[in-house]
Design a protein around this ligand. Structure first.
Ligand code: BGC
Length: 746
């Protein structure tokens, strides 16, 4: 049985549900618009508003509202039985419009991949696509159709707990990976809701939900590009952010939701609020009651009300009284219906209720998770080559409460991730060591939050008895994610005391850190020679960490954000503007702190390997550039060590003299290459001239004539290659930037 039949033409285009971003012909698009109009023509006002009502499983969902057309969208449905039940009810409704089923599928469904911040450290759009595709395949297997992902909020402040859900601090890396995630989710069968639009990652003081002040030009240059990339990649929907931006809550912000997203970028899907976000307009102090909140939200461009029930309650009266034109409601319903048709929902059979997610993890999904995870592990430091485990090591003491804590491997938002599916770091090391005849002991040293240290003496004894200590500490997953902002980003509890005691044994120590943000390491960075950042590594976390510890895989990940020395340095980011008083060690009246270095502990783009890479013959291939040209830079990278490895070659630029202060460095291109020991490769990195400029407050993009300095290397401290010259100044109004979006993808 099929919902509301489409023509053969549209069915052919949509049958597999592969919709946005696919080369959908103009004929199929027209057919969809025709069918949507036809359907809208049959709908009552209440039925249209029903399409805008998004309700979660559990209270306050009234299942009968699905059958009466009052609830057109559902969230937190995570099993086939419930999805099928709701689909059957929708078939009883007058127009049989299928609901859309959404869920937070962020980094896996049953098989958990690393959290997005960790995934970003792979600097690999291929792996981001792979991880999202798997997440989507598993979720869509049980009928989920729509994910509240990717999170395209960049952040320069890791006090903010949700930094773990994004790609870090860089707009270029963020744009590339956001697009890759949209594509991967789609390939696996999920539509995306790119969130949180916009500025949510820059709350004052790092406090989740707090207000954000970002000048429009900085929005365009820094915070908006990943969202724009999501439009280009074909994101089906967007989610409005909770925060106020420059005094106007995003959920009622016409500049964001209509002017930028629709008029400038040409997005024609729908926007949902975040959870009760419309109701929160009252809290923001811009609406006196639910009716005013609903009115402001829909007039600004929020099409769907997630868990507020304010549209369903107030919009009928708002329309009848003339405060909201009916055309506005019709347009919102049109966007929702258009999206449902593009997704193929009208043409799909209902989900088979007997489907279960326990068919996962499969050997294939585990292999994919292991492949991705290995490339997300950042080797921050490795003095004395403590890693990889040397051939002479006969015994390892694995110490720390997180070493065998599956939940803390999966991290926040783990959808249907199961503890019992998870290979912990302890188990990963055990399995690998067993084959090599290495003895492994485990001592937790303290409880999960490391509040008490009664078990410390046993851990010290275990360390003393071993050839190598692998300490697994960090941030339990409850301390990361939504509503988990921290003023101190130190190792919580008594972890420092425990790690100091382990270091005092004089045994070689490798510290594996779990966590959703850079953690303040203080003196430990000097006391502990080798540190591997493992983020929340997911279902195959233990296997992948063991691969890297034992040298079966060579670490290649790079930091997607700047790692501060202390929380007091935040916000901290590499692409900062210059100052008239750059830091001078012997001059107090220059940029800096009187109690801490101004530099980070590890810079953006940083990460070591077990081999080494040398850069030579870096050259600007295109020293003179006019508009429409592409800056091309070549460099030869050689693996100068004795192991095969991968390097992320990074290109940064700077406009040293402009009409406005420009960042000291900006990542503009990167390429991850594999090099065998001793091998050399020439890499060519390219940047269109149209990406070397900046925005004005009205969205105009300006590329100015003059020099552009170029830097190439393996992290954001990369050395200068020289200067290219741009010969003419170009100004591109927002309307022309829109044209650069591929029309077939919209
Ligand atoms: C979060 C969103 C999420 C939504 C639905 C909200 O609290 O801010 O990111 O998608 O809940 O679970």
């Amino acid at each position: 049985m099929r919902f509301f039949c489409l023509s053969a033409l549209a069915r052919a285009a949509l049958a597999c549900g592969l919709f946005f971003g696919a080369a959908m012909g103009a004929g199929a698009q027209d057919e969809i618009e025709r069918r949507v109009e036809n359907l809208l023509g049959q709908m009552t006002l209440e039925e249209k508003i029903g399409q805008l009502n998004l309700i979660s499983h559990g209270p306050p969902l009234r299942w009968e509202d699905i059958a009466t057309g009052r609830t057109g969208a559902l969230l937190n449905f995570n099993n086939a039985e419930d999805v099928a039940r709701a689909q059957a009810l929708a078939r009883q409704s007058r127009l049989k419009i299928p609901p859309i089923f959404g869920l937070d599928v962020l980094h896996g469904f049953r098989t958990q991949f690393p959290l997005p911040l960790g995934e970003a450290a792979a600097f690999s759009p291929r792996l981001s696509r792979l991880a999202s595709e798997w997440a989507a395949k598993e979720a869509s297997h049980v009928g989920v159709q729509w994910t509240f992902a990717p999170m395209a909020d960049l952040s320069r402040d890791s006090r903010w707990g949700r930094i773990v859900e994004g790609f870090g601090e860089d707009p270029h890396l963020g744009s590339v990976l956001t697009a890759a995630r949209v594509e991967g989710f789609r390939k696996g069968g999920l539509a995306t809701s790119t969130k949180h639009f916009a500025g949510y990652g820059a709350p004052q003081g790092g406090r989740d939900y707090d207000t954000t002040y970002i000048p429009p030009a900085e929005m365009y240059d820094i915070y908006l590009p990943p969202f724009r990339a999501a439009v280009k990649a074909g994101s089906a929907s967007f989610m409005a952010a909770f925060n106020a931006l420059n005094g106007m809550p995003s959920t009622a912000n016409p500049w964001l939701l209509t002017e930028v997203l629709r008029d400038q970028w040409g997005f024609d899907g729908f926007v949902t609020s975040d959870w009760a976000g419309i109701h929160e307009l009252i809290g923001h102090g811009i609406a006196a009651d639910g009716a005013e909140a609903a009115r402001k939200a829909i007039l600004a461009g929020v099409d769907m009300d997630m868990m507020g029930q304010l549209y369903i309650k107030h919009l009928p009266d708002e329309v009848r009284s003339g405060r909201v034109p009916e055309a506005v409601v019709t347009e919102a319903a049109r966007r929702v219906l258009r999206t449902k048709m593009r997704l193929g929902l009208f043409d799909r059979p209902d989900v088979d209720p007997s489907r279960v997610d326990s068919v996962f993890p499969s050997p294939e999904s585990r292999a994919a998770a292991r492949e991705v995870t290995r490339e997300t592990l950042v080797l921050l430091q490795n003095r004395d080559n403590v890693l990889p485990v040397a051939p002479g090591i006969r015994s390892i003491a694995v110490v720390g409460p997180l070493a065998d804590s599956p939940r803390d491997h999966l991290g926040p938002h783990a959808a249907r991730g199961h503890d019992e599916d998870t290979v912990t770091i302890l188990n990963g090391i055990r399995r690998r060591a067993q084959g090599a005849g290495i003895a492994v002991t485990h001592a937790p040293a303290c409880d999960q939050f490391c509040r008490t240290t009664e078990q410390l003496p046993a851990a010290v004894a275990a360390a003393q008895a071993a050839d190598l200590v692998v300490a697994v500490f960090g941030e339990p997953q409850e301390l990361s994610g939504e509503a988990a902002s921290r003023t101190r980003t130190t190792l919580n509890g008594k972890q420092v005391e425990v790690l100091e005691a382990l270091a005092a044994t004089g045994k070689p120590i490798a510290l594996v850190l779990l966590g959703g943000r850079p953690l303040e390491l203080g003196a430990l960075a000097d006391r502990i020679p080798s540190i591997l950042m493992a983020w929340y590594p997911g279902t195959e976390g233990g296997t992948a960490v063991a691969d890297v510890l034992f040298g079966d895989a060579n670490p290649s990940a790079k930091l997607p954000l700047t790692w501060p020395r202390t929380a007091g340095q935040m916000p901290i980011y590499y692409n900062r503007l210059p100052t008239g008083r750059p830091t001078l060690a012997n001059n107090r009246f220059t940029l800096g702190y009187i109690d801490e270095a101004v530099t980070p502990l590890y810079p953006f783009g940083w990460g070591l390997s077990y081999t080494s890479f040398a850069y030579r013959d870096a050259a600007i291939v295109t020293p003179r550039l006019s508009s429409g040209d592409t800056l091309e830079v070549s460099v030869t990278v050689t693996n100068t060590g004795s192991r095969d490895g991968q390097e992320v070659v990074q290109l940064y630029t700077r406009d040293p003299v402009a009409s406005r202060s420009r960042p000291l460095r900006e990542l503009k291109a990167f390429e991850k290459i594999a090099l065998k020991a001793g091998e050399a490769k020439e890499v060519r990195l390219r940047v269109p001239v149209e990406e070397l400029g900046f925005h004005l407050d009205d969205g105009t993009y300006v590329v100015e004539a003059g020099d552009i300095e170029v830097f190439v290397g393996g992290n954001s401290l990369a050395g200068s290659v020289g200067k290219a010259q741009i010969t003419d100044t170009v100004r591109i109004p927002p309307s022309e930037r829109r044209a650069s979006l591929s029309p077939k993808r919209l």
